[in-house]
Design a protein around this ligand. Structure first.
Ligand code: ADP
Ligand code: MG
Length: 323
């Protein structure tokens, strides 16, 4: 049983940043408005995520660590219109199979919460506990029982940058949630949660960058595209400053980023890329997120149509403002 989970962990939990992603996504799915992420030694020593979401009912805490025990999908049909970020029910059992996990949680209106401690997938301790509403989960000793994984990790600087990257994108996706990320008790990111994307961009990339970004918005029968893009002169040497969000989910899609760049035409220097945060809303039936357990890849129906729309939104912006 723990072996199955470890194998799943091999796909879902590649590095500390994957743990951060899964835990924060769970907090988002639980409707949290405040999410604190505290990391030690780039996540290898510990990753703690505290949320003020709906919590897990005491009698369901153990179940949450069972494989495929998602509370988010009730029918096969649901798989094609996933709105929550999680749906596989794999993250918690996978993480617990390769680490030490302590979780304490309480739901609204319950007089007490519940606490559970697992190591290598086994429950070592569980008990009722007093807690405020929400969930506090601490993952330590990541990959302690899978030395190959541990060895494969990159330098702390690299692992930390992966964590920062994923939290930044989640902050872009949810401007109405207040995120705090700290490493060795030093704050790296703080967003207000006031719903303003430009302010999130400002927290992530700096005030001056955010000030020099301009908003785009365009819509057709199938897609609504909004977001912030940089002026052509504000460019970067790599593509990692372009963030695409589909229905609130960070995705990687080469065709769509290509369309974005194409919209700039010759305004962009060769080999340089814009900064952008693009939010795409569409019928969940038009997007298949079920391609890979890490869920960055998506398959789109009408991809070509969306590419054209994004390209047009960017091109129109600069033609209309005549920059
Ligand atoms: P999934 O997110 O795919 O459903 P997970 O393994 O990530 O699977 O989580 C299992 C279940 O545990 C979730 O479906 C949810 O019911 C519960 N859960 C996990 N984290 C939280 C959280 N922070 N707040 C509330 N419930 C949570
Ligand atoms: Mg999940």
């Amino acid at each position: 049983e723990n072996l199955t989970n470890q194998i799943a962990a091999g796909e879902v939990i590649e590095r500390p940043a994957s743990v951060v992603k899964e835990l924060v996504e769970n907090a988002i799915d639980a409707q949290a408005t405040q999410i604190d992420i505290l990391v030690e030694d780039a996540g290898v020593k510990s990753i703690r995520v505290i949320d003020n979401g709906q919590g897990i009912p005491a009698n369901q805490v153990k179940r949450a660590f069972l494989r495929h025990a998602t509370s988010k999908i009730t029918s096969r049909l649901d798989l094609f219109k996933v709105m929550t970020l999680g749906f596989r029910g794999e993250a918690l059992p996978s993480i617990a199979s390769v680490a030490d996990v302590r979780l304490i949680t309480a739901t609204a209106g319950s007089s007490s919460g519940y606490e559970v401690h697992l190591r290598g997938g086994e429950i070592i301790e569980e008990q009722g506990a007093s807690a405020r509403q929400g969930t506090d989960i601490i993952v330590t000793d990541l990959f302690y029982n899978t030395p190959a994984r541990l060895k494969y990790l990159k330098s702390q600087a690299t692992e930390l940058s992966q964590i920062v990257d994923i939290v930044n994108r989640l902050a872009f996706s949810y401007p109405q949630i207040s995120f705090r990320l700290s490493h060795q008790a030093k704050e790296i990111l703080r967003t207000t949660g006031n719903g303003n994307l430009q302010q999130v961009v400002s927290s992530v990339y700096g005030v001056t960058v955010a000030r020099d970004m301009t908003d785009i918005t365009i819509q057709d029968n199938d897609f609504k595209v909004t977001g912030l893009i940089s002026l052509p002169e504000l460019t970067r040497a790599n593509r990692s400053y372009m963030t695409l969000l589909i229905n609130g989910r960070y995705v990687k899609n080469y065709s769509l980023t290509k369309a974005l760049v194409k919209g700039y035409g010759t305004r962009l220097m060769v080999g340089r890329f814009p900064m952008a945060v693009i939010q795409i809303e569409m019928d969940p039936n038009l997007v298949d997120v079920n391609v890979h357990p890490q869920k960055f890849d998506v398959r789109l129906s009408k991809e070509e149509q969306l590419m054209n729309l994004i390209e047009k939104a960017v091109r129109d912006k600069f033609e209309q403002t005549n920059l």
